[in-house]
Design a protein around this ligand. Sequence first.
Ligand code: PMP
Length: 418
Amino acid sequence: TYTYEASRKAFERALQVIPSGVYGHLGPVNGCFIPQSAFPLFSARAEGTRFWDVDGNEYIDYMCGYGPNVLGYGDPDVKAAADRQALLEDVVSLPSSVMVDFAELLVDTVASADWAFFAKNGGDATTLAVMTARAATLRKKIVFIKGYYHGSAAWTQKLDYPGVLEEDVVHNLYVPFNDLAALEKVLAENEGAVAGLIAQPYMHGNFADNVLPAQGYWQAVRALCDKYGIVLIVDDVRAGFRLDLAGSDHFYGFRADLICFCKALANGYNVSALCGRDSLKDVVGSLSYTGSYWMSAVPFAAGIATITKLREIDAPALFSRLGTELTTGLATAASDHGFSLVASGEPALFYLRLADDDSLMLHQEWVAECVRRGVFISSHHNHFINAALTSDDIAHTLEVAHEAFGVVRERHPEAGLR
Ligand code: PMP
């Protein structure tokens, strides 16, 4: 099984010159989604559905860069489009008209998009969405769904987190997912004060099974937002273009006022977008909001190639089929060794947990044994399917999963048996 000497050495160097070595969700400190004992810390090369770490270990990657790898690392069509644009220009004193081409494509593709505004990260789009809701309604409060993630801006954080002021979060209201009574109560109590509700299309939080919307939930949320004059913001940064190219609101049968995209938008090239309905277009245009690289042309060209190809191959249907094939196979592998593996969320973004393991340690052990054998999965985060994944890759993954379950069973002869 794999060892990680070069990774560990690079991480020692990183700790000297980079806060926490690798910050954020890709690092071992804040991310903690990969078991520490099997955490390769630095990658050297990526292609298709695989990457190779700095020790030369090869992985089938089910994290996909935490989302951006949607067609396969280095997809030749996206790369060709980006390279063509790079020969012309990228960041210049005026935007390239490929920005307009990309906006037109999104308006044509996404059901709730009458316009598109581009930025770089998911958090740029969610922050713009919240500012837009406040500017449009002249109200202050924002409703969040507990267990959310909308980026790392101060307004998304918790009061007891370092560097966050009371003023940053004082207008935040929190309700549980799938709980219409709680939402209605909060809206009634704060009537005339709530600007917007921001939510992921389903609960794909960490350290917990993912939860799909209850039948009729979104339609009722939409109706409540209309009743109270609230801007309904869908944060599709993670799920966007994996469930439905027309948007995850379209997938669940409702229409958002604003929808945030990032990860799958350009197959790893750096661009995010806020899209929305016509009635909010002038408000967005009136805001003071931009960034040094937000109009760079290469990611727009990459985005056009990405969305075009996702449409051509009907990627969401493919992701659903591959995700189902994989999670069904993994559950069988688990039960062959007397374990029960729970897969939750949508198949394109599946989340895994070993049942009868409240400490999650057994699950971590199994994940570590998979990672050490070249299957890069996470212990406490949802996974991602990409279009370069094949049934052969899945078959190999299942062999590795089997072996890993066998190792864990040998170590814990009694665990999880019913
Ligand atoms: N919203 C969701 C649902 C996300 O998954 C993420 C990123 N993990 C963000 C917002 C923030 O995006 P970014 O890290 O690109 O700012």
